[in-house]
Design a binder for this molecule. Structure first.
Ligand code: CA
Length: 223
């Protein structure tokens, strides 16, 4: 899952980025409204954290532009605590949720998890596919109750497929959601990660859909 943070407070931006990376996300950062707007307009994020008070272009304008252009990405606004009118304006502009400053990073993480889950149509923090369970809260996965020891890339791959279970996901899409904008992307590596993941899982739930990509699906009962 790939997140964009648009926040001009350098320390806060870095703090959020570190916490999100630790939780298994790929993170891009922007420090003003114009840069943030550009990235959100051109890169496929799974969620965006957007500050309202930004240089160059304020957060509400950035959000209005994205929504006006049809970008449906979940957006979590960062608002000043005493500015209730900002919250109203933000929600009217198309924000999905907000957190008032100062906040605990844990709260932002929980809200981001919920936004991504809901955008993919999952109500619970645990996503289940046959014997595989993905706990989005602890960033852990199990097969038949046994914890999988996954690298961060393998976890991201599995998490993306699980959020989109039953759907065919192309290699390009996986690359776009597993790496940040600066990464030297090579879609061939996806095949390698899928291979490793299948081996670690020990169950064949990740199907290769020839020429299209991959799909994780619970086995259908024969009876
Ligand atoms: Ca600010």
């Amino acid at each position: 899952m790939r997140i964009l943070i648009v926040e001009d407070d350098i320390n806060l931006n870095r703090q959020l980025a570190e916490a999100l990376k630790e939780a298994g996300y790929v993170v891009d950062t922007a420090f003003d409204g114009e840069e943030g707007h550009f990235l959100g307009d051109t890169e496929p994020y799974d969620a965006i954290i957007l500050d309202i008070g930004l240089p160059e272009m304020d957060g509400i304008t950035v959000l209005e532009k994205w929504r006006g252009a049809g970008r449906a990405v979940p957006v979590l606004l960062l608002t000043a605590r005493d500015r209730w009118s900002d919250k109203v304006a933000g929600i009217d502009a198309g924000a999905d949720d907000y957190v008032a400053k100062p906040f605990h990073v844990e709260e932002v993480l929980a809200r981001i998890r919920a936004l991504i889950r809901r955008a993919a149509g999952h109500a619970s923090s645990e996503i289940v596919c046959g014997p595989v369970r993905l706990d989005t809260k602890s960033s852990k996965a199990t097969v038949d109750g046994k914890t999988l020891k996954l690298t961060s890339h393998e976890y991201r791959l599995l998490a993306y497929l699980m959020h989109h279970k039953g759907e065919v996901v192309s290699r390009t899409e996986l690359v776009e959601h597993m790496y940040d904008q600066d990464f030297d992307r090579d879609s061939n590596t996806i095949e390698v990660f899928v291979g490793r993941l299948r081996k670690k899982m020990g169950v064949d739930l990740i199907e290769t859909v020839r020429g299209l990509g991959y799909r994780i699906q619970a086995p259908t009962n024969a009876n």
